[in-house]
Design a protein around this ligand. Structure first.
Ligand SMILES: Nc1ncnc2c1ncn2[C@@H]1O[C@H](COP(=O)(O)OP(=O)(O)OP(=O)(O)O)[C@@H](O)[C@H]1O
Ligand SMILES: C[C@H](N)[C@H](N)CCCCCC(=O)O
Ligand SMILES: [Mg+2]
Length: 227
C-alpha cells in the first residue's frame, strides 16, 4: 500500500491529530502502519520521545520503531529546520531522513509521514517540505482548518503542490475550532481547487483508539484515501 505524506496549510492545523486518527482507523482495518515525523522542533519532552508528535503518532500506530528512524532530526527550538540551522548551527540532514524513510517502508505495509508546519516550511535555503515530499515519491493529503482565512491558505497550498507536481489525494478539513459551515467549505474548496475533500473531523475530546476509530471511520472517505 502506498505511504502517505500528511501535510498542512500551516503549523497547528492538526496534522498530528489527523495522522493519529488515520493511523488508528487503518490499523483497525488490518493495515500494518508505521509512522514518521522526519523533522520535529520545539521543547524536547523529558521522558520517552523528544517530540510529542512522535509519541502521539507511535501510540496511535502501535508502532515501536526506534526514534532515530521515526524522527531522524529534532531541533530544540520552535522553528523551521532552516531557521534552527541558522540559529543553532545544526544542519538539517536530508539523506538520513530519506534513508530512514526507506528503512521504515521495509518494516511496515504503509507509512504515514507527518510534515512540519506548512508545505513551504524551509529545510535548506532552496529545499522545502515540498522537495522532501517529491523525493519520498509519495502522495500527500492536505490538512486544513475551517476557520475564516482557510480558503486562501488551502488554495495557496494546493497551487504549490501543483507547481511542485506533488500528487494530492485530497483535503481533510479539521473542524476543531469552528469556522465556516463544513458543508459550504467542502463545496467551495472542491470547486476552487479541483481536489476532493476526503471529509472533516470535529473537535476530538478523547484520543483513545475507540474514539479515533469511530470518528475517522464515520467522517473520512477511506476508499478515496486508499484508492
Ligand atoms: N480535531 C481536534 N480536536 C481537538 N483538538 C485539536 C484537533 N486538532 C488540533 N487540535 C488542537 O490543536 C493543537 C495543534 O494540533 P496539532 O499538534 O495536530 O497541529 P500540527 O499541525 O501537527 O502542528 P505542527 O506543525 O506543530 O506539527 C493540538 O495540540 C490540539 O490542542
Ligand atoms: C514548532 C512548531 N510546532 C512546528 N513543529 C514547526 C513549525 C515550523 C514553521 C515554520 C514557519 O514559520 O512557517
Ligand atoms: Mg504535529
Amino acid at each position: 500500500m502506498k505511504s502517505l505524506f500528511i501535510a498542512g496549510t500551516d503549523t497547528d492545523v492538526g496534522k498530528t491529530y489527523i495522522t493519529a486518527g488515520l493511523a488508528v482507523v487503518l490499523r483497525k482495518m488490518g493495515v500494518d502502519i508505521g509512522v514518521m515525523k522526519p523533522f520535529a522542533a520545539g521543547s524536547a519532552q523529558k521522558k520517552g520521545y523528544k517530540s510529542e508528535d512522535v509519541e502521539i503518532l507511535s501510540r496511535a500506530a502501535h508502532a515501536c520503531d526506534p526514534e532515530n528512524l521515526v524522527n531522524p532530526q529534532f531541533f530544540p527550538i520552535p522553528a523551521s529546520p532552516y531557521t534552527a540551522w541558522k540559529k543553532l548551527k545544526i544542519k538539517p540532514r536530508i539523506p538520513i531522513v530519506l534513508s530512514s524513510f526507506k528503512k521504515l517502508t521495509k518494516l511496515h505495509e504503509m507509512i504515514l509521514v507527518e510534515g512540519m508546519g506548512g508545505i513551504m516550511t524551509p529545510i535548506l535555503k532552496d529545499y522545502f517540505i515540498t522537495n522532501l515530499i517529491k523525493e519520498m515519491k509519495i502522495p500527500t493529503v492536505i490538512v486544513t482548518r475551517s476557520k475564516v482565512g482557510t480558503v486562501n491558505h488551502t488554495i495557496m497550498t494546493i497551487k504549490m503542490c501543483e507547481k511542485y507536481k506533488i500528487p494530492v489525494k485530497g483535503i481533510i478539513i479539521n473542524d476543531f475550532d469552528k469556522g465556516y459551515p463544513v458543508k459550504d467549505l467542502t463545496k467551495d474548496l472542491q470547486n476552487l481547487t479541483g481536489v476532493p475533500v476526503l471529509g472533516s473531523i470535529p473537535f476530538i475530546k478523547d484520543m483513545s483508539d475507540e474514539s479515533l476509530n469511530r470518528i475517522f471511520k464515520k467522517n473520512i472517505n477511506l476508499k478515496l484515501l486508499l484508492k
